[in-house]
Design a binder for this molecule. Structure first.
Ligand code: NAD
Ligand code: UDX
Length: 456
């Protein structure tokens, strides 16, 4: 079949792989290729065992792969034939040098920009899909224009707002698609071409355009606002525990104000994931670079509050279990950073596990999708793993719910109680269990932001 457009994505990770799969499914007239330096990852994308767990993704891939969706390690070959190049490489927090622990590490996109400059043929649209610091497009344009004088490049910013666990739905029915560009005629033509691509399935009114710096900043700002909501409700949860207010009741009352809204007000043991901490810290670093120290500190507290909440969870366990965890057995229910994903990047579970081990507790971790990643994250530490939550809880002193998998709501807690040491404790870091029922069964129950239910 003759394809009308050749679209590629450099970086076949959570975002690149999933986004290309949905574009291929929605645009059968386009040939879509995701490329990556990681040959093992590409082999998994081409196998029956995808490199990531994402509800609905298997189906989308099965329908498009081999028809108009391809995964490959031939990066230069793909660049040569591309009309539109999405860049979705990693932008982790820098772990060395200037800005260590805060600034975004830009080495992967810079290598990518040089590679595009070397291999591209003809006029090419380059789309920033990764989350970049504001004004990255400027650097990208400089590299491309100095490297390849024969070709013309248009750089657009099209940040991705999908959340893991709901990525396919978020891509199929996005709240909005944002495309930032310069305002010259060639840039506007490139922007319109990307708009037309999304119009294959997204209603036109949901595709918004802006200047390129606004688009780059909007992504950092959106993640900062979302993270701020979680830190705000978590700050209220601490106050609830001191005053016998109930954080769920407060969140309900506050969220019903339609100026505020009800989403992202679930108190928890802290947010995790590859984006929130990294992007808020990137924003903090950028503010500092521009000399905006008060603004930097304001956003920095979103992350500090989150660290406090994660520590507090383990402190509560220690205090409740008579100030010693040495030799006690704790079952961690969940290790993924949220439900419906196997991703463990920046998961609060890893902090909890390490803090419990520092107290000489013995821990068993259970998770329906994240055990492989958990084993890798905690390699060398004395931790036991099992996919079976009943086995994890058996013989333990405490169960700590760390991930909000809905399966944990429906377990037989009578059976779990019978199999545990007494007194038995439940620490619900997600407030997903029926606390009164657990208390009736005999557990001592410690939720987040609510009165604890204790038998002694
Ligand atoms: P990821 O680590 O899963 O994927 C990035 C991929 O890029 C990896 O497979 C890596 O091998 C590849 N890569 C790195 N350097 C390369 C190079 N020079 N050439 C080719 N491939 C290269 O990361 P991700 O979660 O997909 O995130 C990618 C970007 O999207 C980040 O900027 C992130 O902030 C942003 N983002 C992520 C999410 C999310 O939920 N994960 C959501 C929105 C935006
Ligand atoms: C986030 C953004 O939501 C998404 O738009 C962006 O593109 C990438 O970063 P993600 O990290 O996949 O997505 O998951 P998200 O649903 O935002 O959850 C982040 C963390 O916050 C998780 O650990 C989650 O459990 C926690 N959270 C979320 C809460 O603790 N309470 C809430 O009310 C919501």
């Amino acid at each position: 079949m003759e394809f009308q457009k050749n679209i590629i994505c450099i970086g076949a990770g959570y975002v690149g792989g999933t986004t290309m799969a949905v574009i291929a499914a929605k645009c059968p007239h386009c040939r879509v290729t995701a490329v990556d330096v990681d040959a093992d990852r590409i082999a998994l994308w081409n196998s029956g065992n995808l490199p990531i767990y994402e509800p609905g993704l298997d189906d989308v891939i099965r329908k498009a792969r081999g028809k108009n969706l391809f995964f490959s390690t031939d990066i230069d070959g793909a660049i040569r034939g591309a009309d539109i190049i999405f860049v979705s490489v990693s932008t982790p927090t820098k772990s060395f040098g200037e800005g260590e622990g805060m600034a975004a590490d830009l080495q992967y996109w810079e290598k990518t920009a040089r590679r595009i400059g070397e291999s591209a043929c003809g006029d090419t649209i380059v789309v920033e899909k990764s989350t970049f610091p504001v004004r990255t497009a400027f650097a990208m344009e400089r590299i491309l224009s100095t490297m390849n004088s024969g070709n013309r490049f248009q750089v657009l910013s099209n940040p991705e707002f999908l959340a893991e666990g709901s990525a396919v739905r978020d891509l199929e029915e996005p709240d909005r698609v944002l495309i930032g560009s310069h305002d010259g005629p060639e840039a506007v033509a490139a922007r319109d071409e990307l708009v037309a691509l999304y119009e294959n399935w997204v209603p036109r009114e949901k595709i918004i355009t802006s200047n390129i710096w606004s688009a780059e900043l909007s992504k950092l700002a959106a993640n900062a606002f979302l993270a701020q909501r979680v830190s705000s409700i978590n700050a209220i949860s601490v106050f609830c525990e001191k005053t016998e207010a109930d954080v769920t009741e407060v969140a309900r009352a506050v969220g019903m104000d339609n100026r505020i809204g009800s989403k992202f007000l679930n108190a928890s043991l802290g947010f995790g994931g590859s984006c929130f901490k990294k992007d808020v810290l990137s924003l903090v670093y950028l503010c500092r670079c521009y000399g905006l120290h008060e603004v930097a500190e304001y956003w920095n507290w979103v992350v500090r509050m989150n660290e406090y909440q994660k520590n507090r969870f383990v402190q509560t366990m220690l205090g409740a279990m008579f100030n010693t965890l040495a030799g006690k057995k704790v079952a961690l229910f969940g290790f993924a950073f949220k439900a419906d994903t196997g991703d463990t990047r920046e998961t609060p579970a890893a902090d909890v596990a390490r803090s419990l081990l520092a107290e000489h507790a013995e821990i068993t971790i259970t998770d329906p999708k994240a055990i492989e990643n958990a084993r890798r994250d905690l390699a060398g530490l004395p931790v036991t793993f099992t996919p079976d939550p009943y086995e994890a809880a058996s013989g333990s002193d405490a169960v700590a719910v760390v991930t909000d998998w809905s399966l944990y709501k429906t377990l037989d807690y009578e059976k779990i109680f019978q199999s545990m040491n007494k007194p038995s404790f439940v620490f619900d870091g997600r407030n997903i269990l029926d606390h009164s029922r657990l208390f009736e069964i005999g557990f001592n129950v410690f939720p987040i932001g609510k009165v604890s239910l204790v038998h002694f």
